[in-house]
Design a protein around this ligand. Structure first.
Ligand code: URA
Length: 258
């Protein structure tokens, strides 16, 4: 396969951009710069790097973004800055889109991929891929939320939510974790509004069995490996997650508010 075709199928770069990056030594095959874009490569055996990023032969690409405040989860920039702008061109392919939505002011784990089938499975309520969020509430957490949410709370428009788990972060009045198995519009915010509270900050910290890595700062992204993608469909134990990660994520949330 031609090197420029391999790169153009896996990035946002056009053939002419690839030519100019190659001319400047930005493309390496098996560690050595290659200046001729028509060089033949074997995608299964050769290691191709563009500006230091390895491009794998896999058909699809999966990027985990730690979404910052102020970006919309869309490919269409009609309404402002989109999360796609945060993905460097050498990590992006032409058909990528956010698999799921976070509100413009929400933070945290967002998968961006060109694998439509995986995105569909991830979002389907039948697949039970749970998502865990940490929230900062305006008013103190009440223990009665646990039973109200677990029996399926009804929202102001009459929608009855699937049972959800919620738990306050130890030693904190206003921080809580909530686990959902569905993703309706503004769902977490509307669930807390239905118990007369208000979500001030919301951050998604896991998608299925994939936990947002602590080292991934807001606005940063990383390419997922095959095993991470498989992890998306593994169940996560909510109680164990809350005890293992409450210190990490509450510190991240509190530091973000300062
Ligand atoms: N629930 C919300 O209210 N907002 C999000 O961004 C995600 C879940």
């Amino acid at each position: 396969m031609r090197l420029d075709r391999f790169i153009s199928e896996r990035t946002e770069y056009s053939r002419s951009e690839i030519k100019s990056i190659a001319a400047k030594g930005g493309i390496k095959v098996n560690g050595a710069p290659v200046k001729k874009p028509d060089t033949q490569i074997d995608p299964d055996r050769d290691k191709v790097e563009v500006l230091g990023n390895e491009l794998r032969a896999d058909k699809f690409r999966y990027i985990l973004l730690n979404k910052p405040d102020g970006y919309i989860s869309s490919t269409d920039d009609g309404d402002g800055k989109t999360v796609m702008e945060l993905i460097p061109p050498e990590m992006r392919t032409k058909n990528m889109f956010p698999a799921g939505r976070l509100d413009k002011d929400s933070l945290g784990a967002l998968l961006i991929t060109d694998d439509g089938d995986l995105a569909h499975r991830l979002l389907s309520p039948k697949k039970h891929v749970s998502k865990i969020y940490i929230v900062k509430l305006a008013n103190p957490f009440k223990s009665k939320y646990i039973d109200i949410f677990s029996s399926g709370i009804t929202l102001s428009d009459g929608y009855q939510c699937l049972p959800a788990r919620v738990k306050n972060v130890e030693n904190s009045e206003k921080l809580a974790f909530i686990e959902l198995n569905e993703g309706k519009y503004h769902q977490v915010k509307r669930m807390f509004a239905a118990v007369e509270n208000h979500v001030e900050v919301l951050m998604r910290v896991s998608v299925g069995g994939l936990i947002l890595p602590e080292k991934l700062g807001f606005g940063q992204c990383m390419e997922l490996l095959h095993k991470d993608v498989e992890n998306l469909f593994e169940p996560l134990d909510f109680d164990a997650f809350c005890s293992d990660f409450s210190a990490v994520f509450s510190a991240i949330l509190i530091n973000n508010l300062l």
